[in-house]
Design a protein around this ligand. Structure first.
Ligand code: NDP
Ligand code: 2IT
Length: 448
């Protein structure tokens, strides 16, 4: 075993011992550490100052009880969290997730990843994540509102426009951000940009809704262009049917590709004719207005069929996982490659398991890890913060351009740190480029 492998193993043993049972967190740290240890092998200052060791420990974790009353008058109890991971390069920044699977491990993995992602955007944002095990599915608007208000009664004292700025994630969209912002404003009697993803009437930014999905597709287009290729005419499998998936489909259509799948937690639809603008309008109404199930898409359009499970068995050239973590395992990664997939751009956070990543890397396909590929969302959140601070509103075309440029720059950073003999290791490139800025800031602070 080399010295680097030995250090890496010792480091991971420490992380596992200090965070027992937190499998998603171990996975996220291991993916990063596997590329950072070789990079810092000849840079002893990072070892001496214990930089990665300190980056793998959140600055603080806030956990709290969230009681609320359902429409029948029953008192319900949920658990709320905010993981403030690292504020070396700016205020904590990252989404809130409302989903029954939320636990400390999931939010620590997301907060850890967010620190690197936010660094990659080039904007001054630290990393954080929060949420609750509350399940918005099947709840009335009034129930969701009462939950959000109760959640903010505790959260408000931990956040602030220069301290920690939450946003949306799974289960938290425009409706929830509205309820949360309304309650913050009421408690604090201050109108400030304490949340992003806000409605346009109260300080939201143009393009924020579309930014993550668009950015994921721009990143894919950048990788293809470097190889003299494009999305034009390519079959694309998308998973998920929420915020990220929807606008990924829209951008693939703009760039001449054809999306042939979508999914939710009940299964996937396969539409070989492609999901055009009219079908996408149906999806938006189904998922965002009626909050229905994806099977209804197949009931509506004759060209489409519904299947249980995940979409990765459908033959495609490009895969855009946009649902959730660990939705591509090793076997599915092999199936994608055997069916001719040449590119994966991760709209979701950590959608590919470690063995799946190894499969993509060994096949040397274009594999864009989430912290680079889906950074467009938080980048536009950063621009929303700037607009709120300056009390101005930028135009849609300016923001579209800024998003495209940001994704181009992130791609360039990955190439800078990940290229070897003409081949780009986007995983190493993203991790190292994200690491360097945060690590060097931490070096400046001494022991903090
Ligand atoms: P949404 O809540 O809008 O949509 C989530 C979608 O994923 C739904 O189709 C949902 O299906 C599906 N899904 C969620 N959990 C599971 C599961 N356990 N198994 C199968 N399907 C599941 O969330 P977003 O689109 O905002 O987020 C999707 C992913 O993108 C997440 O990984 C998130 O962290 C990441 N992301 C989001 C950003 C944003 O700006 N919103 C920014 C960067 C990353 P169902 O309706 O059945 O639950
Ligand atoms: O994972 C993510 O980057 C997000 N959910 C968006 C975070 C944000 O602050 O916009």
């Amino acid at each position: 075993m080399s010295k680097t492998e030995e250090y890496l193993q010792r480091f991971m043993n420490g992380v596992i011992k200090r965070n027992p049972g937190e499998l998603e967190f171990h996975q996220a740290v291991s993916e990063v550490a596997g590329t950072i240890f070789p990079y810092i092998a000849d840079k002893p200052i990072y070892h001496k100052m214990q930089i990665l060791e300190r980056m793998a420990e959140p600055d603080r974790v806030v956990m709290f009880r969230v009681p609320w009353t359902d429409d029948k008058g029953n008192i319900r109890n949920q658990r709320g969290y905010r993981v403030q991971f690292n504020n070396s390069i700016g205020p904590y920044k990252g989404g809130l997730r409302f989903h029954p699977s939320v636990n400390l491990s999931v939010l620590k993995f997301l907060g850890f990843e967010q620190t690197f992602k936010n660094s990659l955007t080039g904007l001054p944002m630290g990393g954080g994540k929060g949420g609750s095990d509350f399940n918005p599915k099947g709840k009335t608007d009034n129930e969701v509102m009462r939950f959000c208000q109760s959640f903010m009664i505790e959260l408000h004292r931990h956040i602030g426009e220069d301290t920690d700025v939450p946003a949306g994630d799974i289960g938290v969209g425009a409706r929830e951000i509205g309820y949360l912002f309304g309650q913050y404003k009421r408690i604090e009697n201050r109108f400030v940009g304490v949340l992003t993803g806000k409605g346009m009437e109260f300080g939201g930014s143009k393009i924020r809704t579309e930014a993550t999905g668009y950015g994921t597709v721009y990143f894919m287009q950048n990788m293809l262009q470097r190889n003299g290729d494009s999305l034009e005419g390519k079959n694309v499998c998308v998973s998920g049917s929420g915020n990220v998936a929807t606008y990924a489909v829209e951008k693939v259509n703009h760039l001449g590709g054809k999306v042939i799948t979508l999914s939710d937690s009940s299964g996937f639809v396969h539409d070989p004719d492609g999901i055009d603008a009219d079908k996408l309008a149906f999806l938006i109404d189904l998922k965002q207005v009626r909050r229905g199930r994806i099977k209804e898409y197949a009931d509506e359009f004759n060209s489409a069929s519904f299947h249980e499970g995940r979409p990765w068995g459908v033959s495609c050239e490009i895969a855009l996982p946009c649902a959730t973590q660990n939705e591509i395992n090793e076997e599915e990664a092999k199936t994608l490659i055997n069916n001719g997939c040449i590119g994966v751009s991760e709209g979701a956070n950590m959608p590919t398991g470690l063995a799946g990543i190894d499969t993509f890397q060994e096949a040397r396909i274009l594999y864009a890890p989430s912290k680079a590929a889906n950074a467009g969302g938080v980048a536009v959140s950063g621009l929303e913060m700037s607009q709120n601070s300056a009390r101005i509103t930028w135009k849609e075309d300016e923001l579209e351009k800024l998003l495209e440029t940001t994704m181009f720059n992130i791609h360039q950073s990955c190439v800078e740190y990940g290229e070897c003999d003409g081949h780009v290791d986007y995983l190493a490139g993203a991790n190292i480029a994200g690491f360097v800025k945060v690590a060097d800031a931490m070096l400046s602070f001494g022991h903090t």
